[in-house]
Design a protein around this ligand. Structure first.
Ligand code: HAM
Length: 417
């Protein structure tokens, strides 16, 4: 009978058949971060709403429309985290990490929440790998962050990856550019979408992200921030590009890359895959030199990125996977306790073994052994003897029950070599 309950709209269950592929992504990321000197951090799933309002920016879609916000019993406004950067900067300041040798490199993995319209590759609960390098303005830190994500995607074998790279300059230089962009938008107001028109004053840069045909046409004629960088920002960007190129990572320059969060300064980047549909961004990030101070910490330059786990898995097109069992134990009724005792010994020795716990007949247990994908079956008999069956070839040979564990380990070594 189907349950009357379903996972909430825009959410999904990670079933056992999906978990091996996810674990591979996790392990690849953990290895890459460990090799690059990052420490893993975990922060709460919810934070004070004000943290994201201030950090991500009042005029962003995330803060205006997409946050899961609720009041707790004490009347405090809390929000399920829509992203990690603001929370990691909060943790950096709260724990006095500015007193540690700089920069501090942090990474995390976990669920994030945005109340977006669900579609392929876009969920209301999704998962990110997030990485932040806090406490340096060196362009080499930007390059290192970009190279790390490029190499991670390559190691995982994600197809059709493209890196787009831009610079938004500093907050100060962006003031003049914003005014110029506002004038351009006001001059063409009649062709813009309502949404873009309503944000000309609060967030003119977001017009670059619009899919609206009239707006797109207007934006093709718009000046980009890349044409307006001051000398310091331009030098910084040149150094980032040079270091990324030196590492053999290809990129496309994109002056229209503005990203959906307000905290960015200077470098911004996004990785896409042509194996994805409309939601083609695998991950992105950039430099955010004002955020830690904006949240009440000391002036601290920083750079980071986040990548979407579901997007990576979709681009990889991973097939469902069976568990890989070394053996399945088949036993007649009188030998069931023996089967559990053998399974326990084997598991304690690090061997992957399963057995029937549903009272199946021996024939049923053989079927179960087949379905389990186990490499071999240990078949116990009433007289206390046992056979080892190769599930692929069907070959069987007698086995001393005292030797089951040693035999399985030997077989496993043989198969592995
Ligand atoms: P973001 O571009 O908003 O950046 O998200 C990063 C990645 O998370 C996206 O490229 C996408 O793969 C995935 N993602 C975002 N929203 C969804 C969704 N609704 N469903 C599925 N996947 C999604 C940030 O979050 C910044 N905090 C990145 C950053 C870190 N910048 C500096 N440091």
């Amino acid at each position: 009978m189907a349950s009357k309950f379903k996972a909430p709209r825009g959410t999904f269950d990670v079933l056992p058949s999906d978990s091996a592929a996810r674990a591979r992504v996790y392990e690849a990321a953990a290895g890459a971060f460990e090799r690059a000197g990052y420490g893993r951090i975990e922060t709460p799933i919810f934070e004070e709403t004000e943290l994201f309002a201030r950090g991500v920016g009042e005029s962003t879609d995330i803060v205006q429309k997409e946050m899961f916000t609720f009041e707790d019993q004490g009347g405090r406004s809390l929000t399920l985290r829509p992203e990690a950067t603001a929370a990691l900067c909060r943790a950096y300041a709260e724990h006095g990490m500015h007193k540690l040798p700089q920069p501090v490199k942090l990474w995390c993995w976990g669920p994030f929440f945005r109340h977006e319209r669900p579609q392929s590759g876009r969920f209301r609960q999704f998962h990110q790998i997030d990485s932040e390098v806090i406490g340096t303005d060196s362009p080499l830190a930007d390059a290192e962050a970009i190279i790390l994500l490029a190499d991670l995607l390559a190691e995982l074998g994600v197809p059709g990856v493209e890196l787009r790279l831009g610079s938004l300059g500093s907050f100060e230089t962006r003031v003049a550019y914003r005014d110029e962009l506002r004038s351009h938008l006001h001059a063409n107001e009649g062709s813009l979408s309502d949404d873009v028109r309503s944000r000309i004053d609060s967030n003119p840069l977001r017009a670059f992200d619009s899919d609206h045909p009239g707006t797109r046409e207007v934006m093709e004629g718009a000046p980009t921030m890349l044409d307006r960088l001051d000398d310091d920002d331009a030098d910084h960007f040149e150094a980032v590009k040079a270091a990324v190129s030196d590492a053999g990572v290809d990129y496309v320059l994109d002056g229209t890359l503005v990203r959906g969060l307000d905290y960015y300064t200077r470098t911004v980047f996004e990785f896409t895959s042509d194996a994805l549909g409309a939601q083609s961004a695998l991950g992105g990030g950039g430099r955010y030199d004002g955020l830690v101070a904006e949240l009440g910490g000391p002036e601290t330059p920083a750079v980071g990125w986040a990548a979407g786990i579901e997007r990576i898995l979709m681009a990889l097109g991973e097939a469902e996977e069976e568990q890989s069992l070394d053996a399945f134990i088949v036993a007649p009724d009188g030998q069931r306790e023996m089967a559990l005792s053998l399974a326990t010994q084997a598991r304690r020795a690090g061997v992957c073994v399963d057995l029937d716990l549903a009272g199946r007949s021996e024939k049923g247990q053989m079927k179960q052994a087949n379905r389990s994908g186990a490499a071999r079956a240990v078949i116990l008999a009433d007289d206390g003897t046992a056979r080892l069956r190769d599930m692929e070839t069907g070959e069987e040979r007698p086995l001393d029950t005292d030797d089951v564990l040693r035999e399985i380990e030997a077989e496993r070594r043989k198969a592995g070599s």
